[in-house]
Design a protein around this ligand. Structure first.
Ligand code: IMP
Ligand code: MG
Length: 190
């Protein structure tokens, strides 16, 4: 691919290599949506999006579902550095509604160490939903440290810091329609 000249259509001055194209992302989102629609037919599905990263994925995923669902959101932040999550998680925003007795599907953009998710699963399980499963668009299997049961995985990626499709670097790049590596010369967060 030729080098980009000037800012792209979202105003970024160059991003790194495309790891997952916009077309591939949309294809996997449709496949996941079909799977979830079949599995949750006749159930009481609540999608729990993990802010802010999962917002883009959730918005696309829910529109591929052919069954009724509700959405709610949690926002969490991990103490310590962003790249090496400590597993100690602070709830910045809790769910608006109770999920007791309901079929909860956590929707994440990426599972890296799995520590954030591991905390979320424990936290939500304590509210006694009927079922509790996880759907993540991306996972980095080489980095996984926590025991996290992931029911739906979109795409496995290598151990590299990625941006786009909801994922940020210093809060930027979330509006990229694809998943890319950081621009050359930009160091991943510690
Ligand atoms: P964990 O290590 O699985 O707990 O991941 C914690 C959080 O770090 C994720 O939910 C993302 O918000 C963020 N994160 C992990 N890997 C990446 C990445 O490659 N790019 C952007 N954010 C990431
Ligand atoms: Mg982030």
């Amino acid at each position: 691919m030729p080098m980009e000249q000037g800012p792209d259509r979202n105003g970024h001055n160059g991003v790194g290599e495309t790891l997952v194209s916009a077309e591939k992302v949309q294809e996997r989102v449709r496949e996941l949506g079909a799977e979830i629609s079949a599995d949750y037919a006749g159930r009481d599905l609540v999608l729990v999006g993990v802010l802010r990263g999962a917002s883009v994925f959730l918005a696309d995923l829910m529109r591929t579902l052919t069954i009724p669902c509700e959405v709610d959101f949690m926002a969490v932040s991990s103490y310590g550095s962003s790249a090496d999550s400590s597993g100690v998680v602070r709830i910045l925003k809790d769910l608006d509604d109770p999920v007791t007795g309901r079929d909860v599907l956590i929707v994440e953009a990426i599972v890296d160490s799995g520590l954030t998710l591991s905390y979320l699963i424990r936290n939500l399980a304590a509210r006694e939903p009927a079922t509790l499963e996880v759907c993540t668009l991306l996972s980095k299997p080489d980095r996984l440290r926590a025991e996290v049961p992931i029911r739906y995985t979109g795409i496995e990626i290598p151990d590299e810091f990625v941006i786009g499709y909801g994922l940020d670097y210093a809060q930027k790049y979330r509006n990229l329609d694809h998943v890319a590596t950081l621009p050359e010369g930009v160091a991943p967060p510690l």
